[in-house]
Design a protein around this ligand. Sequence first.
Ligand code: ADP
Length: 608
Amino acid sequence: MDVSLAFLGVSFVYICFLNILFFRKEHIKNNETAVFSKLLIVNLFGVLIETSCIFSIYYLGTQSLVVKIVNKIFLLYFLTFLILFNDYVITVIYSNISAKKQLILTKLNRVLYLISSLMVILLPIGIYYKDKTMYSYGASTSVIYIVSFICVIIWIIQMIVHMKEIKRKKCIPLIAYIIGASALTLIQKMNPALTLTTSMETFLMFIMYHTIENPDIKLIQELNLARDQAEKANNAKTEFLSSMSHEIRTPLNAIVGFSQALLEEDIPDSSKDEINDIVMASDSLLEIVNGILDISKIEANKLEIINTEYNIDKIVKELVPLTKTRIGEKPIEFKVNVDPTIPKVLYGDHTRLKQVILNLLTNAAKYTKEGWIEFKIASVIKNDICRLIISVEDTGIGIKPEKIDKLFTKFDRLGVEENITIEGTGLGLAITKKLVELMHGNIVVQSVYGKGSKFTVAIDQKVIATEAKETKEITNADIESVDCSGKKILVVDDNKVNLKVAERLLKSYNVEVTTVSSGFECIEKINNNEIYDLILMDDMMPKMSGTETLHQLKKIETFKIPVVALTANAISGMKDKYLNEGFNDYLSKPIQKPELNSILIKFLKGGK
Ligand code: ADP
Protein backbone atom coordinates (compact mmCIF):
# COMPACT_ATOMS: atom_id res chain seq x y z
CA MET A 1 0.00 0.00 0.00
CA ASP A 2 2.86 2.38 0.82
CA VAL A 3 4.42 1.70 -2.54
CA SER A 4 1.03 2.38 -4.20
CA LEU A 5 0.70 5.68 -2.34
CA ALA A 6 4.24 6.63 -3.32
CA PHE A 7 3.39 5.94 -6.99
CA LEU A 8 0.17 7.93 -6.67
CA GLY A 9 2.04 10.84 -5.09
CA VAL A 10 4.57 10.97 -7.91
CA SER A 11 1.77 10.60 -10.50
CA PHE A 12 -0.17 13.45 -8.92
CA VAL A 13 2.79 15.83 -9.00
CA TYR A 14 3.61 14.83 -12.56
CA ILE A 15 0.06 15.06 -13.92
CA CYS A 16 -0.37 18.49 -12.27
CA PHE A 17 2.84 19.59 -13.92
CA LEU A 18 1.72 18.20 -17.31
CA ASN A 19 -1.66 19.96 -17.02
CA ILE A 20 0.03 23.27 -16.27
CA LEU A 21 2.53 22.77 -19.07
CA PHE A 22 -0.15 21.91 -21.62
CA PHE A 23 -2.85 24.43 -20.69
CA ARG A 24 -0.47 27.33 -20.15
CA LYS A 25 0.67 27.14 -23.75
CA GLU A 26 -1.73 28.23 -26.46
CA HIS A 27 -2.39 25.19 -28.65
CA ILE A 28 -4.07 24.56 -31.95
CA LYS A 29 -7.61 23.22 -31.86
CA ASN A 30 -7.67 19.80 -33.48
CA ASN A 31 -9.02 16.33 -32.61
CA GLU A 32 -5.79 15.29 -30.94
CA THR A 33 -5.48 18.24 -28.60
CA ALA A 34 -9.22 18.08 -27.82
CA VAL A 35 -9.09 14.42 -26.68
CA PHE A 36 -5.73 14.89 -24.98
CA SER A 37 -6.91 17.85 -22.89
CA LYS A 38 -9.92 15.81 -21.66
CA LEU A 39 -7.67 12.83 -20.84
CA LEU A 40 -5.28 15.08 -18.89
CA ILE A 41 -8.03 16.47 -16.65
CA VAL A 42 -9.69 13.07 -16.23
CA ASN A 43 -6.37 11.49 -15.25
CA LEU A 44 -5.72 14.21 -12.65
CA PHE A 45 -9.06 13.42 -11.02
CA GLY A 46 -8.33 9.69 -11.42
CA VAL A 47 -5.19 9.96 -9.29
CA LEU A 48 -7.15 11.78 -6.58
CA ILE A 49 -10.03 9.27 -6.69
CA GLU A 50 -7.70 6.26 -6.49
CA THR A 51 -5.93 7.83 -3.50
CA SER A 52 -9.33 8.46 -1.87
CA CYS A 53 -10.23 4.78 -2.40
CA ILE A 54 -7.14 3.66 -0.50
CA PHE A 55 -7.67 6.08 2.40
CA SER A 56 -11.42 5.45 2.66
CA ILE A 57 -10.98 1.66 2.88
CA TYR A 58 -8.14 2.15 5.36
CA TYR A 59 -10.14 4.43 7.67
CA LEU A 60 -13.80 3.38 7.11
CA GLY A 61 -13.56 -0.37 6.44
CA THR A 62 -14.95 -2.48 3.62
CA GLN A 63 -18.61 -2.30 4.54
CA SER A 64 -18.98 1.49 4.53
CA LEU A 65 -21.38 2.89 1.92
CA VAL A 66 -19.01 5.82 1.36
CA VAL A 67 -16.22 3.36 0.46
CA LYS A 68 -18.52 1.58 -2.01
CA ILE A 69 -19.54 4.90 -3.61
CA VAL A 70 -15.92 6.08 -3.85
CA ASN A 71 -14.98 2.76 -5.47
CA LYS A 72 -17.83 3.04 -7.96
CA ILE A 73 -16.66 6.57 -8.82
CA PHE A 74 -13.22 5.11 -9.42
CA LEU A 75 -14.71 2.48 -11.75
CA LEU A 76 -16.55 5.26 -13.61
CA TYR A 77 -13.28 7.16 -13.90
CA PHE A 78 -11.60 4.10 -15.38
CA LEU A 79 -14.45 3.73 -17.86
CA THR A 80 -14.31 7.41 -18.83
CA PHE A 81 -10.57 7.21 -19.49
CA LEU A 82 -11.03 4.07 -21.58
CA ILE A 83 -13.86 5.55 -23.66
CA LEU A 84 -11.92 8.79 -24.24
CA PHE A 85 -8.93 6.77 -25.34
CA ASN A 86 -11.26 4.96 -27.76
CA ASP A 87 -12.16 8.40 -29.16
CA TYR A 88 -8.46 9.06 -29.66
CA VAL A 89 -8.07 5.77 -31.53
CA ILE A 90 -11.10 6.47 -33.75
CA THR A 91 -10.42 10.10 -34.65
CA VAL A 92 -6.64 10.31 -34.57
CA ILE A 93 -5.14 6.92 -35.34
CA TYR A 94 -7.74 5.81 -37.92
CA SER A 95 -7.95 9.23 -39.48
CA ASN A 96 -7.85 7.69 -42.96
CA ILE A 97 -11.34 6.15 -42.63
CA SER A 98 -14.25 8.23 -43.88
CA ALA A 99 -15.76 10.92 -41.64
CA LYS A 100 -19.09 9.08 -41.77
CA LYS A 101 -17.52 5.85 -40.46
CA GLN A 102 -15.74 7.82 -37.74
CA LEU A 103 -19.04 9.33 -36.65
CA ILE A 104 -20.73 5.91 -36.46
CA LEU A 105 -17.83 4.50 -34.40
CA THR A 106 -17.87 7.51 -32.06
CA LYS A 107 -21.61 7.06 -31.52
CA LEU A 108 -21.17 3.33 -30.79
CA ASN A 109 -18.45 4.31 -28.30
CA ARG A 110 -20.90 6.67 -26.57
CA VAL A 111 -23.59 3.96 -26.41
CA LEU A 112 -21.03 1.57 -24.88
CA TYR A 113 -20.16 4.28 -22.32
CA LEU A 114 -23.78 4.92 -21.39
CA ILE A 115 -24.75 1.27 -20.96
CA SER A 116 -21.61 0.28 -19.04
CA SER A 117 -21.77 3.37 -16.77
CA LEU A 118 -25.39 2.53 -15.89
CA MET A 119 -24.38 -1.04 -15.14
CA VAL A 120 -21.48 0.14 -12.94
CA ILE A 121 -23.83 2.42 -11.00
CA LEU A 122 -26.67 -0.10 -10.65
CA LEU A 123 -24.88 -3.42 -10.15
CA PRO A 124 -23.54 -4.44 -6.72
CA ILE A 125 -19.93 -3.95 -5.64
CA GLY A 126 -17.89 -5.68 -2.94
CA ILE A 127 -14.65 -4.48 -1.32
CA TYR A 128 -11.82 -6.79 -0.30
CA TYR A 129 -9.20 -5.60 2.19
CA LYS A 130 -6.75 -7.87 3.92
CA ASP A 131 -2.98 -7.71 4.58
CA LYS A 132 -2.62 -4.37 2.82
CA THR A 133 -4.26 -5.87 -0.29
CA MET A 134 -7.40 -4.12 -1.37
CA TYR A 135 -9.58 -4.37 -4.45
CA SER A 136 -13.19 -4.23 -5.50
CA TYR A 137 -15.16 -7.17 -6.87
CA GLY A 138 -18.68 -8.08 -7.85
CA ALA A 139 -20.85 -7.46 -10.96
CA SER A 140 -20.08 -3.72 -11.07
CA THR A 141 -16.30 -4.37 -11.26
CA SER A 142 -16.78 -7.22 -13.77
CA VAL A 143 -18.39 -4.74 -16.19
CA ILE A 144 -15.08 -2.81 -16.26
CA TYR A 145 -13.06 -5.99 -16.85
CA ILE A 146 -15.35 -7.04 -19.70
CA VAL A 147 -15.37 -3.56 -21.39
CA SER A 148 -11.55 -3.25 -21.06
CA PHE A 149 -11.10 -6.73 -22.48
CA ILE A 150 -13.39 -5.96 -25.46
CA CYS A 151 -11.58 -2.69 -26.17
CA VAL A 152 -8.10 -4.22 -26.01
CA ILE A 153 -9.17 -7.08 -28.32
CA ILE A 154 -10.64 -4.57 -30.82
CA TRP A 155 -7.45 -2.47 -30.70
CA ILE A 156 -5.27 -5.51 -31.31
CA ILE A 157 -7.43 -6.61 -34.28
CA GLN A 158 -7.34 -3.07 -35.70
CA MET A 159 -3.57 -2.95 -35.29
CA ILE A 160 -3.15 -6.19 -37.22
CA VAL A 161 -5.53 -5.00 -39.98
CA HIS A 162 -3.84 -1.58 -40.24
CA MET A 163 -0.28 -2.81 -39.92
CA LYS A 164 1.08 0.00 -42.15
CA GLU A 165 -0.58 2.71 -40.05
CA ILE A 166 0.92 1.32 -36.86
CA LYS A 167 4.39 2.59 -37.82
CA ARG A 168 3.16 6.18 -37.37
CA LYS A 169 4.28 8.15 -34.32
CA LYS A 170 0.67 8.72 -33.28
CA CYS A 171 0.14 4.97 -32.72
CA ILE A 172 2.76 4.80 -29.96
CA PRO A 173 0.21 5.63 -27.18
CA LEU A 174 -2.06 2.82 -28.39
CA ILE A 175 0.76 0.27 -28.30
CA ALA A 176 1.88 1.66 -24.93
CA TYR A 177 -1.68 1.32 -23.53
CA ILE A 178 -1.94 -2.32 -24.64
CA ILE A 179 1.48 -3.20 -23.23
CA GLY A 180 0.83 -1.15 -20.05
CA ALA A 181 -2.55 -2.75 -19.40
CA SER A 182 -1.13 -6.27 -19.91
CA ALA A 183 1.89 -5.53 -17.68
CA LEU A 184 -0.40 -4.06 -15.01
CA THR A 185 -2.60 -7.17 -14.98
CA LEU A 186 0.50 -9.32 -14.62
CA ILE A 187 2.05 -7.22 -11.82
CA GLN A 188 -1.18 -7.15 -9.86
CA LYS A 189 -1.53 -10.92 -10.19
CA MET A 190 1.96 -11.30 -8.72
CA ASN A 191 1.58 -8.57 -6.11
CA PRO A 192 -2.10 -7.86 -5.31
CA ALA A 193 -1.13 -5.17 -2.80
CA LEU A 194 -0.05 -2.84 -5.65
CA THR A 195 -2.61 -0.43 -7.12
CA LEU A 196 -1.00 1.21 -10.12
CA THR A 197 -3.88 1.84 -12.56
CA THR A 198 -3.84 5.65 -12.64
CA SER A 199 -0.03 5.77 -12.45
CA MET A 200 0.14 3.67 -15.61
CA GLU A 201 -2.33 6.08 -17.24
CA THR A 202 -0.25 9.07 -16.12
CA PHE A 203 2.72 7.47 -17.83
CA LEU A 204 0.53 7.14 -20.95
CA MET A 205 -0.19 10.88 -20.74
CA PHE A 206 3.54 11.54 -20.71
CA ILE A 207 3.94 9.51 -23.93
CA MET A 208 0.97 11.19 -25.59
CA TYR A 209 2.25 14.66 -24.74
CA HIS A 210 5.26 13.92 -26.94
CA THR A 211 3.43 12.15 -29.77
CA ILE A 212 0.41 14.35 -30.42
CA GLU A 213 0.62 17.19 -32.87
CA ASN A 214 0.95 20.20 -30.62
CA PRO A 215 2.97 22.91 -32.31
CA ASP A 216 3.93 26.03 -30.44
CA ILE A 217 1.31 28.60 -31.52
CA LYS A 218 3.47 31.48 -30.39
CA LEU A 219 6.30 30.24 -32.55
CA ILE A 220 3.89 29.80 -35.48
CA GLN A 221 2.64 33.36 -34.99
CA GLU A 222 6.20 34.65 -34.91
CA LEU A 223 7.04 32.69 -38.06
CA ASN A 224 3.90 34.00 -39.81
CA LEU A 225 4.89 37.53 -38.88
CA ALA A 226 8.40 36.96 -40.19
CA ARG A 227 6.97 35.50 -43.41
CA ASP A 228 4.61 38.47 -43.87
CA GLN A 229 7.50 40.87 -43.33
CA ALA A 230 9.66 38.97 -45.82
CA GLU A 231 6.81 39.02 -48.34
CA LYS A 232 6.37 42.75 -47.83
CA ALA A 233 10.09 43.31 -48.29
CA ASN A 234 10.06 41.18 -51.42
CA ASN A 235 7.11 43.13 -52.84
CA ALA A 236 8.91 46.36 -52.05
CA LYS A 237 11.94 45.00 -53.90
CA THR A 238 9.80 44.16 -56.95
CA GLU A 239 8.25 47.63 -56.87
CA PHE A 240 11.69 49.19 -56.55
CA LEU A 241 13.11 47.16 -59.43
CA SER A 242 10.15 47.97 -61.61
CA SER A 243 10.46 51.70 -60.98
CA MET A 244 14.25 51.49 -61.36
CA SER A 245 13.78 49.84 -64.72
CA HIS A 246 11.51 52.72 -65.73
CA GLU A 247 13.96 55.31 -64.47
CA ILE A 248 16.93 53.69 -66.22
CA ARG A 249 15.04 53.31 -69.47
CA THR A 250 14.25 57.02 -69.76
CA PRO A 251 17.92 58.22 -69.95
CA LEU A 252 18.76 55.11 -72.00
CA ASN A 253 16.12 56.24 -74.49
CA ALA A 254 18.09 59.42 -75.01
CA ILE A 255 21.42 57.59 -75.37
CA VAL A 256 20.12 54.96 -77.81
CA GLY A 257 17.92 57.39 -79.73
CA PHE A 258 20.58 60.06 -80.28
CA SER A 259 23.31 57.49 -81.07
CA GLN A 260 21.10 55.83 -83.67
CA ALA A 261 20.30 59.20 -85.17
CA LEU A 262 23.98 60.20 -85.20
CA LEU A 263 24.86 57.06 -87.16
CA GLU A 264 22.76 58.39 -90.02
CA GLU A 265 24.73 61.62 -90.12
CA ASP A 266 27.74 62.20 -92.28
CA ILE A 267 30.42 61.66 -89.63
CA PRO A 268 33.97 60.19 -89.77
CA ASP A 269 34.26 56.37 -89.58
CA SER A 270 36.22 56.50 -86.29
CA SER A 271 33.33 58.34 -84.64
CA LYS A 272 30.85 55.84 -86.14
CA ASP A 273 32.77 53.00 -84.44
CA GLU A 274 32.55 54.81 -81.12
CA ILE A 275 28.84 55.46 -81.57
CA ASN A 276 28.33 51.79 -82.42
CA ASP A 277 30.06 50.97 -79.14
CA ILE A 278 27.68 53.32 -77.31
CA VAL A 279 24.69 51.54 -78.90
CA MET A 280 26.10 48.11 -77.98
CA ALA A 281 26.84 49.19 -74.40
CA SER A 282 23.30 50.58 -74.07
CA ASP A 283 21.92 47.30 -75.42
CA SER A 284 23.87 45.35 -72.78
CA LEU A 285 22.61 47.69 -70.07
CA LEU A 286 19.07 47.24 -71.31
CA GLU A 287 19.54 43.46 -71.30
CA ILE A 288 20.64 43.58 -67.65
CA VAL A 289 17.71 45.82 -66.64
CA ASN A 290 15.31 43.49 -68.45
CA GLY A 291 16.87 40.44 -66.77
CA ILE A 292 16.49 41.89 -63.27
CA LEU A 293 12.95 42.96 -64.04
CA ASP A 294 12.07 39.51 -65.42
CA ILE A 295 13.44 37.57 -62.45
CA SER A 296 11.65 39.79 -59.95
CA LYS A 297 8.40 39.42 -61.90
CA ILE A 298 8.84 35.65 -62.00
CA GLU A 299 9.46 35.53 -58.25
CA ALA A 300 6.37 37.63 -57.59
CA ASN A 301 4.37 35.29 -59.89
CA LYS A 302 3.55 38.26 -62.05
CA LEU A 303 5.10 37.08 -65.27
CA GLU A 304 2.37 35.99 -67.64
CA ILE A 305 2.65 33.73 -70.64
CA ILE A 306 0.81 35.35 -73.53
CA ASN A 307 -0.06 32.93 -76.29
CA THR A 308 -0.63 34.09 -79.85
CA GLU A 309 -0.24 32.61 -83.32
CA TYR A 310 3.31 32.73 -84.67
CA ASN A 311 5.69 31.34 -87.21
CA ILE A 312 8.82 29.59 -85.97
CA ASP A 313 10.78 30.36 -89.16
CA LYS A 314 10.36 34.06 -88.46
CA ILE A 315 11.85 33.60 -84.98
CA VAL A 316 14.82 31.71 -86.44
CA LYS A 317 15.33 34.45 -89.03
CA GLU A 318 15.54 37.04 -86.27
CA LEU A 319 17.78 34.94 -84.02
CA VAL A 320 20.44 33.98 -86.58
CA PRO A 321 21.83 37.49 -87.25
CA LEU A 322 21.74 38.33 -83.52
CA THR A 323 23.82 35.24 -82.73
CA LYS A 324 26.23 35.96 -85.58
CA THR A 325 26.79 39.44 -84.17
CA ARG A 326 27.49 37.89 -80.75
CA ILE A 327 30.01 35.44 -82.25
CA GLY A 328 31.72 38.35 -83.99
CA GLU A 329 35.21 37.64 -85.25
CA LYS A 330 35.72 34.38 -83.32
CA PRO A 331 36.62 31.32 -85.47
CA ILE A 332 33.27 29.62 -84.84
CA GLU A 333 31.12 27.90 -87.45
CA PHE A 334 27.42 28.61 -86.78
CA LYS A 335 25.22 25.74 -88.01
CA VAL A 336 21.44 26.15 -88.18
CA ASN A 337 19.28 23.10 -88.67
CA VAL A 338 15.52 23.64 -88.54
CA ASP A 339 13.08 20.81 -89.33
CA PRO A 340 11.22 22.01 -92.48
CA THR A 341 8.11 20.01 -91.56
CA ILE A 342 7.32 22.14 -88.46
CA PRO A 343 3.78 23.53 -88.94
CA LYS A 344 3.93 27.10 -90.17
CA VAL A 345 1.42 28.54 -87.69
CA LEU A 346 1.84 27.54 -84.05
CA TYR A 347 0.14 28.86 -80.93
CA GLY A 348 2.31 29.90 -77.98
CA ASP A 349 4.25 32.76 -76.42
CA HIS A 350 6.70 33.50 -79.20
CA THR A 351 8.31 36.44 -77.33
CA ARG A 352 9.24 34.22 -74.38
CA LEU A 353 10.22 31.31 -76.65
CA LYS A 354 12.53 33.66 -78.53
CA GLN A 355 13.96 34.90 -75.23
CA VAL A 356 14.70 31.30 -74.13
CA ILE A 357 16.47 30.40 -77.38
CA LEU A 358 18.35 33.71 -77.49
CA ASN A 359 19.64 33.12 -73.94
CA LEU A 360 21.00 29.70 -74.94
CA LEU A 361 22.51 30.98 -78.19
CA THR A 362 24.07 33.99 -76.45
CA ASN A 363 25.63 31.72 -73.81
CA ALA A 364 26.97 29.38 -76.49
CA ALA A 365 28.53 32.37 -78.27
CA LYS A 366 29.85 33.78 -74.98
CA TYR A 367 31.40 30.58 -73.65
CA THR A 368 32.89 29.24 -76.91
CA LYS A 369 36.28 30.41 -78.15
CA GLU A 370 36.50 28.32 -81.32
CA GLY A 371 34.93 25.34 -83.12
CA TRP A 372 31.24 25.31 -83.85
CA ILE A 373 27.79 26.10 -82.45
CA GLU A 374 24.81 24.11 -83.70
CA PHE A 375 21.28 25.47 -83.33
CA LYS A 376 18.73 22.77 -84.08
CA ILE A 377 14.94 22.61 -83.94
CA ALA A 378 13.28 19.21 -84.40
CA SER A 379 9.60 18.41 -83.96
CA VAL A 380 7.27 15.59 -83.02
CA ILE A 381 3.64 16.05 -83.95
CA LYS A 382 0.84 14.23 -82.17
CA ASN A 383 -2.75 15.21 -83.03
CA ASP A 384 -2.81 19.01 -82.85
CA ILE A 385 0.24 19.34 -80.61
CA CYS A 386 3.70 19.98 -81.97
CA ARG A 387 6.55 19.25 -79.57
CA LEU A 388 9.45 21.54 -80.41
CA ILE A 389 12.79 20.06 -79.47
CA ILE A 390 15.23 22.94 -79.50
CA SER A 391 18.92 22.29 -78.91
CA VAL A 392 21.96 24.53 -78.78
CA GLU A 393 25.27 22.67 -78.80
CA ASP A 394 28.73 24.19 -78.66
CA THR A 395 32.41 23.28 -78.48
CA GLY A 396 32.98 25.79 -75.67
CA ILE A 397 34.51 25.70 -72.22
CA GLY A 398 31.95 23.18 -70.91
CA ILE A 399 30.67 22.84 -67.35
CA LYS A 400 32.13 20.75 -64.52
CA PRO A 401 29.74 17.88 -63.54
CA GLU A 402 29.53 19.06 -59.91
CA LYS A 403 28.46 22.54 -61.07
CA ILE A 404 25.59 21.39 -63.29
CA ASP A 405 23.08 21.40 -60.39
CA LYS A 406 23.79 25.06 -59.66
CA LEU A 407 23.48 26.09 -63.28
CA PHE A 408 19.90 27.32 -63.07
CA THR A 409 20.29 29.21 -59.79
CA LYS A 410 20.00 32.96 -60.09
CA PHE A 411 23.14 35.06 -59.76
CA ASP A 412 25.21 31.87 -59.83
CA ARG A 413 28.05 32.22 -62.26
CA LEU A 414 30.00 29.00 -62.51
CA GLY A 415 33.75 28.96 -62.54
CA VAL A 416 33.95 32.69 -62.19
CA GLU A 417 37.71 32.13 -62.11
CA GLU A 418 37.67 30.76 -65.64
CA ASN A 419 35.16 33.12 -67.21
CA ILE A 420 36.20 36.21 -65.33
CA THR A 421 36.65 38.02 -68.62
CA ILE A 422 33.22 37.02 -69.90
CA GLU A 423 30.55 39.45 -68.82
CA GLY A 424 27.24 38.23 -67.39
CA THR A 425 24.93 38.54 -64.43
CA GLY A 426 24.16 34.85 -63.84
CA LEU A 427 20.47 35.52 -64.43
CA GLY A 428 20.08 34.16 -67.96
CA LEU A 429 19.67 30.46 -67.20
CA ALA A 430 17.56 31.04 -64.07
CA ILE A 431 15.13 33.08 -66.19
CA THR A 432 15.33 30.55 -69.04
CA LYS A 433 14.41 27.64 -66.78
CA LYS A 434 11.50 29.52 -65.16
CA LEU A 435 10.18 30.59 -68.56
CA VAL A 436 10.38 27.02 -69.89
CA GLU A 437 8.52 25.80 -66.79
CA LEU A 438 5.87 28.51 -67.21
CA MET A 439 5.38 27.25 -70.76
CA HIS A 440 5.03 23.69 -69.36
CA GLY A 441 8.20 22.50 -71.05
CA ASN A 442 11.50 21.23 -69.74
CA ILE A 443 15.17 21.95 -70.17
CA VAL A 444 18.14 19.59 -69.84
CA VAL A 445 21.86 20.11 -70.11
CA GLN A 446 24.66 17.77 -71.13
CA SER A 447 28.20 18.99 -70.84
CA VAL A 448 31.79 17.76 -70.86
CA TYR A 449 34.16 20.12 -69.10
CA GLY A 450 36.66 21.52 -71.58
CA LYS A 451 34.86 20.03 -74.58
CA GLY A 452 31.45 21.68 -74.87
CA SER A 453 27.82 21.79 -73.79
CA LYS A 454 24.41 20.97 -75.18
CA PHE A 455 21.20 22.57 -73.86
CA THR A 456 17.94 20.98 -74.98
CA VAL A 457 14.49 22.46 -74.47
CA ALA A 458 11.24 20.61 -75.20
CA ILE A 459 8.02 22.63 -75.42
CA ASP A 460 4.57 21.62 -76.65
CA GLN A 461 2.83 24.14 -78.89
CA LYS A 462 -0.63 23.94 -80.42
CA VAL A 463 -0.75 23.55 -84.20
CA ILE A 464 -2.98 26.15 -85.88
CA ALA A 465 -2.09 25.54 -89.53
CA THR A 466 0.52 23.54 -91.39
CA GLU A 467 0.84 26.18 -94.13
CA ALA A 468 1.73 29.84 -93.65
CA LYS A 469 -1.05 32.42 -93.87
CA GLU A 470 -0.82 35.04 -96.63
CA THR A 471 0.64 38.20 -95.15
CA LYS A 472 2.47 41.07 -96.69
CA GLU A 473 5.96 40.59 -95.31
CA ILE A 474 7.89 43.70 -94.49
CA THR A 475 11.15 43.38 -96.38
CA ASN A 476 14.44 45.07 -95.63
CA ALA A 477 13.92 47.08 -98.76
CA ASP A 478 10.63 48.36 -97.35
CA ILE A 479 12.31 49.30 -94.12
CA GLU A 480 15.13 51.17 -95.73
CA SER A 481 12.85 53.12 -97.99
CA VAL A 482 10.33 54.34 -95.45
CA ASP A 483 9.53 57.82 -96.59
CA CYS A 484 6.56 59.42 -94.95
CA SER A 485 6.70 62.86 -96.59
CA GLY A 486 3.51 64.81 -96.15
CA LYS A 487 2.47 62.88 -93.03
CA LYS A 488 1.99 64.54 -89.66
CA ILE A 489 2.82 63.00 -86.27
CA LEU A 490 1.98 64.37 -82.82
CA VAL A 491 4.32 63.21 -80.02
CA VAL A 492 3.07 63.57 -76.43
CA ASP A 493 5.64 63.19 -73.60
CA ASP A 494 6.26 65.15 -70.39
CA ASN A 495 10.01 64.58 -70.64
CA LYS A 496 11.70 67.22 -72.81
CA VAL A 497 14.68 64.98 -73.69
CA ASN A 498 12.37 62.20 -74.82
CA LEU A 499 10.56 64.66 -77.08
CA LYS A 500 13.88 65.70 -78.59
CA VAL A 501 14.84 62.02 -79.14
CA ALA A 502 11.53 61.27 -80.86
CA GLU A 503 11.85 64.36 -83.03
CA ARG A 504 15.41 63.44 -83.97
CA LEU A 505 14.49 59.81 -84.79
CA LEU A 506 11.48 60.83 -86.87
CA LYS A 507 13.50 63.39 -88.83
CA SER A 508 14.87 60.73 -91.19
CA TYR A 509 11.34 59.71 -92.26
CA ASN A 510 10.56 63.20 -93.58
CA VAL A 511 7.44 63.49 -91.42
CA GLU A 512 6.18 66.71 -89.96
CA VAL A 513 6.55 66.34 -86.17
CA THR A 514 4.68 68.34 -83.54
CA THR A 515 5.50 67.84 -79.87
CA VAL A 516 3.47 68.61 -76.75
CA SER A 517 4.36 67.91 -73.12
CA SER A 518 1.01 66.92 -71.61
CA GLY A 519 -2.28 65.16 -72.28
CA PHE A 520 -4.14 68.47 -71.83
CA GLU A 521 -2.18 70.13 -74.68
CA CYS A 522 -2.82 67.08 -76.87
CA ILE A 523 -6.60 67.27 -76.28
CA GLU A 524 -6.50 71.01 -76.95
CA LYS A 525 -4.82 70.46 -80.32
CA ILE A 526 -7.40 67.87 -81.35
CA ASN A 527 -10.25 70.11 -80.15
CA ASN A 528 -8.77 72.87 -82.31
CA ASN A 529 -9.32 70.53 -85.29
CA GLU A 530 -5.62 70.03 -85.94
CA ILE A 531 -5.13 67.02 -88.19
CA TYR A 532 -2.49 64.32 -87.60
CA ASP A 533 -1.89 60.93 -89.17
CA LEU A 534 -0.52 59.35 -86.00
CA ILE A 535 -0.14 60.16 -82.29
CA LEU A 536 2.75 58.70 -80.24
CA MET A 537 1.66 58.98 -76.62
CA ASP A 538 3.79 58.44 -73.51
CA ASP A 539 1.75 56.72 -70.80
CA MET A 540 3.49 57.75 -67.58
CA MET A 541 2.73 61.47 -67.43
CA PRO A 542 1.90 63.46 -64.28
CA LYS A 543 -1.65 64.80 -63.75
CA MET A 544 -3.09 63.04 -66.80
CA SER A 545 -1.62 59.72 -67.96
CA GLY A 546 -1.47 58.69 -71.60
CA THR A 547 -4.24 56.16 -71.03
CA GLU A 548 -6.51 58.80 -69.48
CA THR A 549 -5.74 61.21 -72.34
CA LEU A 550 -6.69 58.49 -74.84
CA HIS A 551 -10.01 57.89 -73.04
CA GLN A 552 -10.73 61.64 -73.26
CA LEU A 553 -9.79 61.72 -76.93
CA LYS A 554 -12.10 58.78 -77.68
CA LYS A 555 -15.00 60.83 -76.32
CA ILE A 556 -14.52 63.32 -79.18
CA GLU A 557 -16.89 62.05 -81.87
CA THR A 558 -14.79 62.95 -84.87
CA PHE A 559 -11.57 61.49 -83.40
CA LYS A 560 -10.19 58.77 -85.70
CA ILE A 561 -6.38 59.17 -85.41
CA PRO A 562 -4.41 56.00 -84.51
CA VAL A 563 -2.66 56.32 -81.13
CA VAL A 564 0.46 54.29 -80.25
CA ALA A 565 1.45 53.96 -76.58
CA LEU A 566 5.02 54.86 -75.71
CA THR A 567 6.28 53.42 -72.46
CA ALA A 568 9.40 52.65 -70.51
CA ASN A 569 7.47 50.00 -68.59
CA ALA A 570 8.64 47.02 -70.59
CA ILE A 571 6.88 44.39 -68.51
CA SER A 572 5.50 41.39 -70.31
CA GLY A 573 1.78 41.66 -70.91
CA MET A 574 2.04 45.44 -71.42
CA LYS A 575 1.19 45.24 -75.12
CA ASP A 576 -2.10 43.47 -74.38
CA LYS A 577 -2.83 45.93 -71.58
CA TYR A 578 -2.45 48.88 -73.95
CA LEU A 579 -4.45 47.25 -76.75
CA ASN A 580 -7.24 46.56 -74.27
CA GLU A 581 -7.17 50.21 -73.18
CA GLY A 582 -7.87 51.19 -76.79
CA PHE A 583 -4.38 52.04 -78.10
CA ASN A 584 -3.69 50.92 -81.65
CA ASP A 585 -0.20 49.61 -80.84
CA TYR A 586 2.70 49.83 -78.42
CA LEU A 587 6.31 51.00 -78.62
CA SER A 588 8.72 50.40 -75.75
CA LYS A 589 11.48 52.78 -74.76
CA PRO A 590 14.31 53.00 -75.65
CA ILE A 591 12.76 53.27 -79.08
CA GLN A 592 14.51 50.86 -81.43
CA LYS A 593 14.74 51.73 -85.12
CA PRO A 594 13.25 48.43 -86.48
CA GLU A 595 10.20 48.71 -84.18
CA LEU A 596 9.68 52.36 -85.12
CA ASN A 597 9.94 51.41 -88.81
CA SER A 598 7.23 48.74 -88.41
CA ILE A 599 4.92 51.17 -86.63
CA LEU A 600 5.36 53.85 -89.29
CA ILE A 601 4.85 51.37 -92.14
CA LYS A 602 1.75 50.01 -90.41
CA PHE A 603 0.05 53.34 -89.71
CA LEU A 604 1.42 55.69 -92.34
CA LYS A 605 2.05 53.41 -95.31
CA GLY A 606 -0.79 50.94 -94.82
CA GLY A 607 1.57 47.94 -94.33
CA LYS A 608 1.10 45.05 -91.88
P1 ADP B 1 25.64 34.53 -67.29
O1 ADP B 1 25.96 34.00 -68.63
O2 ADP B 1 25.05 35.89 -67.32
O3 ADP B 1 26.76 34.41 -66.33
P2 ADP B 1 23.68 32.39 -67.14
O4 ADP B 1 22.62 32.15 -66.12
O5 ADP B 1 23.26 32.53 -68.54
O6 ADP B 1 24.46 33.65 -66.63
O7 ADP B 1 24.70 31.21 -67.01
C1 ADP B 1 25.15 30.78 -65.74
C2 ADP B 1 26.53 30.16 -65.84
O8 ADP B 1 26.44 28.92 -66.55
C3 ADP B 1 27.51 30.99 -66.62
O9 ADP B 1 28.17 31.92 -65.78
C4 ADP B 1 28.47 29.94 -67.17
O10 ADP B 1 29.46 29.66 -66.20
C5 ADP B 1 27.61 28.69 -67.32
N1 ADP B 1 27.20 28.47 -68.74
C6 ADP B 1 26.03 28.79 -69.31
N2 ADP B 1 25.98 28.41 -70.59
C7 ADP B 1 27.16 27.83 -70.87
C8 ADP B 1 27.75 27.23 -72.04
N3 ADP B 1 27.09 27.14 -73.19
N4 ADP B 1 29.00 26.72 -71.91
C9 ADP B 1 29.66 26.80 -70.75
N5 ADP B 1 29.18 27.35 -69.61
C10 ADP B 1 27.96 27.86 -69.67
